[in-house]
Design a protein around this ligand. Sequence first.
Ligand code: AKG
Ligand code: FE2
Length: 277
Amino acid sequence: MSIHITPLSPALGAQISGVDLSRDLTSAERDAIERALLEHQVLFFRDQPVTPQQQARFAAHFGDLHIHPIYPNVPEQPEVLILDTAVTDVRDNAIWHTDVTFLPTPALGAVLSAKQLPAYGGDTLWASGIAAFEALSAPMRSLLDGLTATHDFTRSFPLERFGSTPEDLARWEETRRKNPPLSHPVVRTHPVSGRKALFVNDGFTTRINELEPAESEAILKMLFAHATRPEFTIRWRWQENDVAMWDNRVTQHYAVDDYRPQRRVMHRATILGDAPF
Ligand SMILES: O=C(O)CCC(=O)C(=O)O
Ligand SMILES: [Fe+2]
């Protein structure tokens, strides 16, 4: 078998075939997938029925794995979190966001596996921060490059929805204490490819620090709309046992909330990243 890459849209996204994710990767396979991820930013694999152990082993080829502070996980494989609409309110993923940018070192990427799907609906979209940045005018790019923005965990995990039981409240308060708002550059340089990407997201970014509040609000509103223009996105219609893997350093995503009360179950392994610069 050899890995085959089919690009799916100009801004980002490719389908990968010719690799079995349930088996340990060869180093050639690992390197080919990493190169494809750098180029295409989000990769899709069809028909990959991976166990949580296999999913974690695949993800761990690309870095250490993160254990999420809020979402439930697979007990025997805590690096794999469960997004099950029967258990967790996942509506807050129906916002354009980059995962865990409230951490000093947000995730490098994630591996998401579709376990149970609604008959239709429940698609996920990704947007390329590289395409979005490159489409800005030169004066706007130079204004933004060098600015920093605040990211706050409570913007996507509001107390009203994540503090309903005493245990949930205690976990939320501890997460809040351990993750005070912090700053990241508005324009991030990819640590491997060197490409620049817009790195603000509606999920966690609350303000551009160096601007006046009204300026920050207006520019962020413009950037959130700009970054998610259809030209910079891809929309994936899931089949069971699909696996998606994204480069969380230069993309954001949106899980469409259009299928409730049908049930949808996804497993995610999150790969730790480094500090944005
Ligand atoms: O459920 C999905 O399709 C994606 C949810 C999400 O935002 C994530 O796994 O990071
Ligand atoms: Fe996410």
